[in-house]
Design a protein around this ligand. Sequence first.
Ligand code: FEO
Ligand code: CA
Ligand code: CA
Ligand code: CA
Length: 586
Amino acid sequence: MSGSLAFGLSSFVTSTRGSVSKRNQPQNSINFVSVESNSSDTVTVPIGFEWSVVASWGDPMWTKAPNFNSKTRGTGESQELSIGDNIDGMAFFEIEGRSILVVNNEYCNFKVIYGNRPLGLPQSLDDLRKGMAAHGVSIFEIERTGRYWKVIKDSFYNRRITPATEMEITGPAAGHRLLQTAFDPSGRKVLGTLNNCGNGSTPWGTYLTCEENFNKYFYTQDQNFNSSLEQNRYGISSTNSGYGWASLQERFDLGKHPNEVNRFGYIVEIDPTNPESIPKKRTALGRFKHENCAVTVCKNKKVVIYMGDDEHGEFLYKFVSKNSLSTNKKDNMNLLEDGDLYAAIFEETGKGYWVNLLDAGMGPAQTLIYSRLAASKVGATTMDRPEWVSLNPHTPELYCCLTNNKFRGRRQGQKVNAVNPRRENVYGQIIRWRPDNNDHAFSQFTWDHFLFAGNPLVHDDEYSGSDNINSDNMFNSPDGLSFDSQGNLWIQTDGDYSNTGNFKGMGNNQMLMADPNSGLVKRFLVGPNECEVTGITWSSDKSTMFVGIQHPGDKHPEKYSFPNEAEGVPRSSVIAIYRTDRGMMG
Ligand code: FEO
Ligand code: CA
Ligand code: CA
Ligand code: CA
């Protein structure tokens, strides 16, 4: 088991259970008594904290939209005017003293949004329109009246961005023949964003939404369609995963419009201050299954962005902008148009380095459109599904959740290695790295493991987890990850909630708070049944933490109904969490 003597650590612990690094500095902390794991259909937080629902899938954002209808589950038109489904990454913006939440809507739960249909599948063209409108990004103003935050309908800032919203393709790949289609011979205009997973935000006040499993929306009935090597690498095939959007818009038919899919898989920059602004797809940041992104600035004022590609055996990436950050917001609005893209190599020694993808020799545009292939060519290290990356606000170190990888040690190219040391990794681990010279512009870095998730009740070997994991704080499949402004690390899980076998005693998906210095991990929140906990942000005064409860009742929507039992329909929701003493939440 690896564990490097990174960062001049003041103490270092090894054991057969897996070694992690510990530092002795005290950490600002939010005090609470950990909650126990459970399998309840509600949100559980510690004594001294409370939560409320801010917005749920189907809530109207304008007065002209009807209230959510639990029988019909809405129409295409009502969905276009309402909060999208599957709440994921999110960010809070204070704009001219007003509070704006920008929230990703990753995909839709057929059994929930089509729960009015006998088969739980779309039956009409309007059903398809509704499914499409449930995706994208929801931007809405909120206000706090008394204790609770509520959506302000008809706010100037309210906006729904969907797979039908006009966007611009920017950067070195824009206009390339692989991005040209019958609808857009310029290769620079595209409709919409798909499968918006995690997020980032920039120092100049824009929101970054990350397109993850974009391949699932493209398919064809064309018998002559043969997927290319490049398409195979992105999981693009003729199979219809159920969305059926080609019946609504022909561009989703791979046989008829093979290049349309090349226009997805990017990070999209959105200006929340201007509801009329055109979102920009940033090809310079590469094309893969983007999870989230951590944005920072290096010593020479270049913008550096760290990104994970969430697929078994895919890679970690770093972008460095060509131009430098300006004090003028306007000058920064195109900073993400050009720069260098790198993939990470983790050596066995606890050192690592970033390799420029241009070294793959594929040319600038193809390097960005087929970043996965370029990263393979330069020998990047295959990872156990990189999910969120987060930057410590106190020191230039990055943390990343490697959620799990059942293929580790079994699939070609995915041998057990130092950074991904467990064969058939069902629990996941959190790694961290620090650039040499404490400068994100440096190619070399030092890495180690912050923790290995595991189950000490079931295993007494490496699958029991690292020393900072015990039967009171265990979890599986770390996914969402974010530091708060005090330097506490919040870990959200998207794992197996069966509470049996390997996962016995872990209960529902959860959120934990960790101290990056001591390694202490405490369970702060348990989500409702069959949900994933994902997406986190804070009000500007830090008195409220906002968290996403995604796909509650995922497998059995007929059994569960978070957050409103009377409705009988489980709905993805943004919740707000407060301290009862109104203290800081991070
Ligand atoms: Fe949308 Fe990898 O999570
Ligand atoms: Ca995720
Ligand atoms: Ca996940
Ligand atoms: Ca998810």
